[in-house]
Design a protein around this ligand. Structure first.
Ligand code: PEP
Ligand code: MG
Length: 566
């Protein structure tokens, strides 16, 4: 049994699908040209049919534009120039096929990469991809591909990127990764996909083999490899109980989020794209409290155009049918990179050129997004917020650009909503401490505890080594949350929370007591949170919260909450 961090609750019992690139070791050998050429031709045919098959499966999910990469790979695999160079080397140098393939590939990649032309440099990536597959086929090595999973599996990987998670099909019953913490992006994705996940499970890659039986207990953060029959039975029962609890919560789908003494709050969902809206509505979300728009950028091979973004925002606003939708402007940088944008090299990207800092520097990118949002505003109730605001000046500058774009659109005769709210994320301690000043200018706050905790505790949210410092119940964090909510209320503004803390069952009583107005979380946590809210008295929670902020440690706070809440 291996221990990790429970990132998305549930239990899965399946086979290991190991997502690990094979290690290709090329050894130069003497070879019979006829034998090696035949071997090469066979591997080349297999490579082409592999790409065709992957493209066919992917075509059910991806747009034509996204499928173009497979066409480029097919073209490369069918390029007579590539094959003839390799065969010529096999014949002239009497070497083995994999050596000739590797040598020709290296030469071609070097030439393409040195060209002063983007198109040709991209061809280098195609050669790399195709010849890697070719070499694996020559050596009999399997290249894992998430889209090809066709039996119930738990994916085991070092980490999963957003594009990996986008490829998971219904056979993927969960995943376990070697790195990451509760708020790393793979963990957040798992919750929105509603599949169990254990992250930060070091040793998993060494311990698990492809095809092993595996139990993923993402309630406790345990991974059990090759369990015996009795253990499987035990976990089947646990999985059944989880499913029953989920079913029982459904009665709360249309209930209002009102405490026993009549105080109403809003329970909303976090989304990463248009397709997540359905989940929010299915789980009774009363709005979208965070639309992480960076996924529009990360799932593209270019900066999404104003029209492309407009369509996405319009679709979300329309689907939410007049319910509040809080869209966060581009929060890129840190661990979120773009394939088509070169970030500066920095020692600490999480403390560097990212989010609003980048947007205020590259106002062209920022203005495009704001225009798309303002144009879409007529389709619903739009709130816009800026990420990573540290100073009042940053907020003013961002808001001024918003106002300029809005005025320009009005002057162009475009219809825009007059009720767009412009707020900010409070996720840097400087903003929380200075909340009363920010509240004079911002229409609302949304507390991003994932980053607020990371920056307050100075603990990288991606690192399993310091994950013990992810302490939502630490009085330091509670005090910052309290200051933020009080700052907002003093100016008559509302305060929400869209960090993962908002959906933690034991945090709900504290946040209710501190006066939080809106709780936004992974869709799958909404009904559990509603169960909490509807069974609590706001007055009792206020007393609880006042006591909690006076305590010294996270453990004491958690103990206090547990002693008061059933
Ligand atoms: C946060 O920091 O709490 C947050 C909601 O944003 P993200 O997790 O996308 O950084
Ligand atoms: Mg954040």
């Amino acid at each position: 049994m291996l221990k990790g961090i429970a990132a998305s609750s549930g239990v899965a019992i399946a086979k290991v699908y190991k997502l690990e690139q094979p290690k290709v070791e090329i050894v130069k050998k003497e070879g019979d040209p006829a034998v090696e050429t035949a071997k090469f031709n066979e591997a080349l045919e297999k490579t082409k049919s592999d790409i065709e098959r992957i493209k066919e499966i992917a075509s059910k999910r991806l747009s034509d534009e996204e499928l173009a990469v497979f066409d480029a790979h097919l073209m490369m695999a069918s390029d007579p120039e590539l094959a003839s160079q390799i065969i010529a080397m096999i014949e002239n140098d009497k070497v083995n096929a994999e050596y000739a393939t590797d040598a020709v590939a290296t030469q071609m990649i070097t030439i393409f990469e040195s060209m002063d032309n983007d198109y040709m440099r991209e061809r280098a990536a195609d050669v790399k991809d195709v010849t890697f597959r070719l070499k694996c086929n020559l050596l009999g090595l399997m290249i894992p591909d998430l889209g090809l999973i066709n039996e119930d599996s738990v994916v085991v990987a070092y980490d999963l990127t957003p594009s990996d998670t986008a490829q998971l099909n219904t056979y993927a019953k969960g995943f376990a990764t070697a790195i990451g913490g509760r708020t790393s992006h793979s963990a957040i994705m798992a919750r929105s996909l509603e599949i169990p996940a254990v992250v930060g499970c070091s040793g998993i890659l060494e311990a698990a083999n492809h095809g092993d039986n595996i139990i993923l207990d993402a309630l406790e953060g345990n991974v059990i490899l090759n369990p015996d029959e009795a253990t499987i039975k035990e976990y089947e029962a646990k999985a059944k109980a989880v499913a029953e609890e989920k079913e029982a919560l459904k009665v709360l789908k249309t209930a209002k989020s009102i405490s026993t003494d009549g105080h109403q709050v809003e329970l909303a969902g976090n989304i990463g794209g248009v397709k997540d809206v359905e989940g929010v509505l299915n789980f009774g979300g009363e709005g979208v409290g965070l639309f992480r728009t960076e996924f529009l950028y990360m799932n593209s091979d270019h900066f999404p155009t104003e029209d492309e973004q407009f369509e996405a925002y319009k679709e979300v606003l329309t689907a939410m049918g007049g319910r509040k939708v809080v869209v966060r402007t581009l929060d890129i940088g840190g661990d979120k990179k773009l394939s088509y944008f070169q970030f500066p090299e920095e020692m600490n990207p999480f403390l560097g050129y990212r989010a609003i800092r980048l947007c205020l520097d590259r106002t062209d990118i920022f203005r495009t997004q704001l225009r798309a949002l303002i144009r879409a505003s007529v389709y619903g109730r739009l709130c816009i917020m800026f990420p990573m605001i540290a100073t009042v000046k940053e907020f003013r500058d961002a808001k001024a650009i918003f106002n300029e774009e809005k005025e320009k659109l009005v002057a162009e005769g475009v219809k825009v909503s007059d009720t767009i709210e412009v707020g900010m994320m409070v996720e840097i301690p400087a903003a929380a401490v200075n909340a009363d000043n920010f509240a004079k200018e911002a229409d609302f706050f949304s507390i991003g505890t994932n980053d607020l905790i990371q920056y307050t505790m100075a603990a990288d949210r991606m690192s399993e080594h310091v994950s013990y410092l992810y302490q939502p119940y630490n009085p330091s964090i509670l005090r910052l949350v309290k200051a933020t909510i009080e700052g907002a209320h003093k100016e008559g503004k509302w305060a929400g929370m869209c960090g993962e803390m908002a959906g933690e069952p034991y945090a709900v009583p504290l946040l209710l007591g501190l006066g939080l107005d809106e709780f936004s979380m992974s869709a799958t946590s909404i009904l559990k949170a509603r169960k909490m809210v509807t069974s609590l008295s706001k007055a009792d929670c206020e007393k609880l919260a006042q006591e909690a902020v006076q305590l010294a440690t996270a453990e004491e706070v958690l103990e206090l909450v547990k002693s008061r809440v059933a």
